[in-house]
Write a protein that binds this ligand. Structure first.
Ligand code: ZN
Length: 161
């Protein structure tokens, strides 16, 4: 197990966060399996992080994870695809581990369906609402090289004491 350094964009020079990530071909390979375990350990050590995408920890591959505390049936989303946008657009407050101290209001759909593969290589379907729908859109954004501040209406900075 290893903690992975989290890429941030505050320096403005981060190319990994801005690249479109590639699909994972061999989910069961030891490298990918270890990487997923490291992602979980890294997320667990963050302050209130609920999701983490592979480019945030240095790999341009299509994986994101959700914190176990969210209580989802699946915590690993590999090659995820939004198959249907169901809900209405709703303003939401967002932050990101790669943009420490920044918060902003985005407008995203509050319900969707998605398909992805889990860490055992099994395909699954899920309906996501509210916070989970927001998380899915935020994390898939990372896999496409996007950050929430790109679409946020206002971004404000909160300094921690
Ligand atoms: Zn993020």
């Amino acid at each position: 197990m290893a903690l992975l350094p989290i890429e941030t964009e505050l320096t403005g020079s981060n190319t990994i966060l801005r690249k479109r990530s590639q699909e994972v071909e061999d989910i069961l390979s030891p490298d990918i399996q270890q990487f997923i375990r490291d992602m979980h350990e890294t997320l667990a050590h963050t302050d209130n992080g609920v999701g983490l995408a592979a480019p945030q920890v240095g790999k341009n591959i299509r994986i994101f994870i959700a914190a176990p505390e969210l209580g989802l049936n699946q915590t690993v989303f590999i090659n995820p695809v939004i198959t249907k946008v169901l809900g209405k657009e709703e303003p939401m407050e967002e932050g990101c581990l790669s943009l420490p101290g920044l918060y902003g209001h985005t407008v995203r759909s509050n319900s969707l369906r998605l398909e992805a593969y889990n860490e055992r290589g099994r395909k699954f379907k899920m309906k996501a609402d509210g916070l989970i729908a927001q998380l899915v859109q935020h994390e898939i954004g990372h896999l496409n090289g996007e950050l929430f501040k790109d679409i946020a209406e206002q971004v404000s900075e909160i300094h921690k004491k």
